[in-house]
Design a protein around this ligand. Structure first.
Ligand code: UAG
Ligand code: ATP
Ligand code: API
Ligand code: MG
Length: 483
């Protein structure tokens, strides 16, 4: 595409005389090749403007920047290069998200689980699907690795483009609050926006819960109806933030809930340790549902998935059959069975609310002791550390505090932050995660439960800037074998 054609999507800019063919767009100078448009982003760690010269040496034929640069290719000055990048990427790939049905999910917990359920429902409706989220991206039958839960706009639009090429009908994606603030999804044409819940996380980045809520709200405030294409905001009626999102959105509001009257709700809930039953209420009547997913929190995820696929015109019978057959997601309340006579569960709870939900669920079935192995991520919201430690001590009989991706922080300093939340309860500190898991599993006896929280599907432990192989499930299985 010619530079001038691409730049038509940006208002009030000074068009350069030169009009080179743009073969690709890049924001990391290391990836720049001949014919690229290089976009300078001032990030939190680096300033892309510092790499403009190297980008030109690598073959950049034009540059988008927020200030003048001394380079021998055209420089187009914009107010906000991150925002511009999203708009240009959408234009470069010819507006791919307008060519399929796009569902975006935001919320503190439950995004990955709900997106997996939605993807299963669309697949069972014989639709070709795409998925973008924490664990992986999927284009039809191809899986790709992800760096972020929501990729930056260049990666996102390029993946959307590949989805269009592979005739994908419906795409479900997790939309993180970081992504909304950083404009990673600007230019993406969502048809359905889903809200799971809002509880404390990421205050290192958003500072206050109000700011965090405002970030999540961007998914709904940018969603507006048009005559030809209705848009839906699927909101959790039981969460107080829903009132705020309702006021923000121009889309049709569809609600789900358990405690508060809603368009989609659940009653007669029976929570078991191998499955869950409930009566589902929908605008098309009520149905008995029996599913394998465990815990009240998963009823919320299921209701969100049911509501968003219902408004996407999937028959209710297909939706219910899919929910009843759904197996759950890797590292989310995943049972580790090495033939032992006590339960071992690996779960991705890494916020106070998710840890509380999952421990409350475990308590409902616990006959004897509950061991919980838990840590808190380094370079992430430090204010959740004492809260998570308090939750662990409140609901588990044998809490063991350990490390969970300490990153650049001293693991002991993170553990000391956790200890601040504990008053009077006993706990153990074992900084080495493998040792902590070993201690819990070797101490457990028949009828006990061991919950290993925080890393779920992750296959690494980040210590300093080293990414070491580490998998809670494998470590647990190994210890069970050696017992
Ligand atoms: C704090 C944060 O969100 N950072 C994100 C942000 O990075 P940044 O703006 O700081 O970028 P930077 O590294 O300073 O680089 C600035 C510019 O210089 C360029 N550069 C940099 C170095 C170089 O040698 N050459 C070069 O050209 C970079 O390509 C970039 O364009 O933009 C990048 C691209 O979108 C993200 O990958 C990066 O995520 C980092 C890795 C991260 O850890 N983010 C986490 C907190 C995050 O985003 N999490 C949410 C999930 C939360 C949840 O699920 O609850 C997510 O969506 O993943
Ligand atoms: N609806 C829910 N409400 C509260 N907690 C939940 C809910 N669903 C899942 N959880 C808990 O949160 C953990 C993470 O779930 P999931 O991966 O689906 O959320 P996520 O929003 O994608 O998280 P992340 O933002 O880290 O990617 C689960 O392992 C479980 O402990
Ligand atoms: N999306 C979350 C994942 C946290 C997972 C936990 N294992 C950690 O490293 O803190 C985050 O980036 O905060
Ligand atoms: Mg996720």
């Amino acid at each position: 595409m010619k530079l001038h054609t691409l730049l038509q999507s940006i208002p009030m800019i000074q068009l350069p005389k030169a009009n080179p063919e743009i073969l690709n767009i890049e924001n990391n100078h290391k990836n720049v090749q001949q014919g690229c448009l290089f976009i300078c982003i001032s990030g939190l760690v680096f300033d892309g403007h510092d790499f403009a010269k190297e980008a030109v040496e690598n073959g950049a034929v034009a540059i988008i920047a927020e200030r003048k640069l001394d380079v021998n290719v055209p420089v187009i000055i914009v107010k906000d290069s991150k925002h511009t990048m999203a708009i240009l990427a959408d234009r470069f790939y010819n507006h791919p998200s307008q060519k399929f049905h796009l569902i975006g999910i935001t919320g503190t917990n439950g995004k990955t689980t709900t997106s997996a359920l939605i993807e299963t429902i669309f697949s069972n409706d014989q639709q070709n699907t795409g998925l973008i989220g924490t664990i992986y991206m999927k284009i039809a039958n191809r899986q790709l690795e992800t760096k972020n839960t929501t990729p930056d706009s260049l990666v996102l639009q390029s993946v959307f483009d590949q989805m269009v090429s592979e005739n994908v009908d419906a795409v479900v994606m997790e939309v993180s609050s970081h992504a909304l603030v950083q404009g990673r999804v600007n230019g993406s044409d969502f048809d359905v926006a889903v809200f799971t819940n809002l509880t404390q996380d990421h205050l290192d980045y958003h500072h206050t819960m109000e700011e965090y809520r405002r970030a999540k709200g961007l998914l709904f405030s940018r969603l507006g109806n048009t005559y030809t294409k209705p848009k839906y905001a699927v909101l959790n009626a039981d969460d107080p933030a829903t009132k705020y999102f309702m006021a923000e959105t121009a889309a049709h509001v569809v609600t789900y809930g358990i405690e508060t009257p809603a368009d989609f709700s659940a009653s007669n809930i029976k929570l078991g340790n191998t499955g869950t039953q409930f009566t589902l209420h929908t605008p098309e009547g009520k149905h008995e549902v029996s599913m394998k997913l465990i815990g009240k929190f998963n009823i919320y995820n299921v209701l969100a998935a049911i509501a968003s696929t219902f408004v996407s015109n999937i028959p209710l019978s297909t939706i219910i059959t899919s929910i009843e057959g759904a197996k759950g997601v890797s590292g989310r309340f995943e049972v580790v069975d090495g033939g032992q006579d006590f339960s071992v569960i690996v779960d991705y709870a890494h916020t106070p609310d998710s840890l509380e939900n999952v421990l409350k669920t475990v308590r409902q079935f616990a006959k004897k002791r509950i061991f919980v192995v838990v840590g808190c991520g380094g370079d992430r919201d430090p204010s959740k550390r004492p809260l998570m430690a308090d939750v662990a001590c409140t609901y588990a009989t044998n809490p063991i505090f350990t490390s969970d991706n300490p990153r650049s922080e001293d693991p002991m300093a993170i553990l000391r932050d956790m200890e601040q939340g504990v008053v009077g309860n006993s706990y153990e500190i074992i900084p080495d995660r493998a040792e902590a898991i070993k201690k819990a599993i070797t101490s457990a006896e028949s009828g006990d439960i061991v919950l290993i929280a925080g890393k779920g599907h992750e296959t690494y432990q980040i210590i300093g800037n080293k990414v070491l192989d580490f998998d809670d499930k494998n470590v647990a299985l190994q210890v069970i074998k050696e017992r």
